[in-house]
Design a protein around this ligand. Structure first.
Ligand code: NAD
Length: 297
């Protein structure tokens, strides 16, 4: 049994702390809201009057707070009482540079840290089946392993300190854009008379629903092969058809329009006859990432 401090007993933190209790640990919680602490007490947790008090003598210190400024406030509050033998496990979704700042603050006091934000939802927090994106020194990830396993069924070592925090942002970035693009496509589908379920079923089997990382990218741009399986000029033509169609039936298409513009940028750089996945190669080059992927000189 380990002594654990858990700061931030909200939608996610409360069930996560409960799973640690069910795993046989002594979990002292702290939250600014008295109601959250009451709930934590009711499932066998202990309550502290401050974060500084909660972390005293804790082997593991978890934070599950809304944004970076909350985590920084908690760290500031705890620096005096944190023991250098504690492992700080930061699980909130925060800016990766704030993660780095917090690691450095803790490091100055000799406290080790892993960043371990989570994927999935509060339902998975209840069932202990979160996706945990972990960043830290391998030895620290190993130490945290048994407690993280009580919270998630998939724990991915993202490749070093700060990389869990970075992976989480990238995952949500793409997921958010797919959310909006999906809403646009399904709205347009209905507006032009398609049966929505039919459209969903059909697109579940194409790049539209399966995603490009699972379909087009592996054999083309990721292999440094930009010979056209599907030419960017044709993708641009199709996107134009959809955007025009959407205008005529009053469907908003912000993602659709910007996508067409990105294809036009690629065309202006002479990439129209290349595979449509060349937009990835173009963006890498624009970002100054070394070893360009097959773009013409
Ligand atoms: P929440 O707002 O429900 O809970 C946050 C808790 O932190 C609240 O109870 C609040 O009182 C407490 N808090 C704030 N500042 C504090 C402080 N200084 N000291 C102590 N307690 C403090 O948020 P949530 O949904 O549990 O999300 C927490 C983090 O997890 C966020 O970064 C969120 O983006 C991320 N996340 C949420 C979900 C989700 O489905 N809700 C999924 C994945 C990741």
């Amino acid at each position: 049994m380990a002594k654990i401090a858990f700061i931030g007993l909200g939608t996610m933190g409360l069930p996560m702390a409960h799973n640690l209790i069910k795993g046989g640990h002594e979990v002292t919680g702290f939250d600014l809201q008295a109601a959250a602490l009451e709930k934590h007490l009711s499932v066998g947790g202990k309550a502290a009057k401050s974060a500084a008090e909660a972390v005293k003598g804790a082997e593991f210190v978890f934070t599950m707070l809304p944004v970076g400024k909350h985590v920084k406030a908690v760290v500031d509050n705890c620096l005096e009482t944190l023991s250098s033998s504690s492992l700080f496990i930061e699980m909130s979704t925060i800016h990766p540079f704030e993660t780095d700042e917090i690691r450095s603050l803790l490091g100055k006091r000799g406290v080790r840290m892993i960043d371990a934000p989570v994927g999935r939802t509060s339902e998975h927090a209840y069932t202990g089946s979160l996706l945990i994106m972990a960043g830290g020194e391998k030895t620290n990830l190993e130490i945290a392993g048994p407690v993280l396993e009580l919270l998630g069924d998939t724990i991915i070592d993202c490749g070093g300190p700060g990389m869990g925090s970075r992976m989480k942002i990238i995952n949500n970035f793409l997921s958010n854009m797919i959310n909006v693009a999906t809403a646009e496509a399904l709205t347009l589908a209905e507006a032009i008379g398609l049966d929505r379920n039919l459209a969903i079923n059909l697109m579940s089997g194409t790049a539209a629903g399966k995603g490009h990382m699972a379909t087009t990218y592996p054999n083309k741009v990721l292999k440094n092969d930009l010979s056209p399986a599907f030419m960017l000029d044709l993708a641009h033509k199709d996107q134009g058809l959809a955007v025009d169609l959407a205008k005529s039936v009053h469907v908003m298409t912000p993602m659709g329009t910007i996508t067409k513009e990105v294809y036009e940028l690629a065309q202006s750089r002479g990439l129209g006859k290349f595979d449509w996945t060349c937009v990835y190669a173009m963006m890498r080059e624009q970002a100054g990432i070394k070893a360009p992927l097959g773009l013409p000189k």
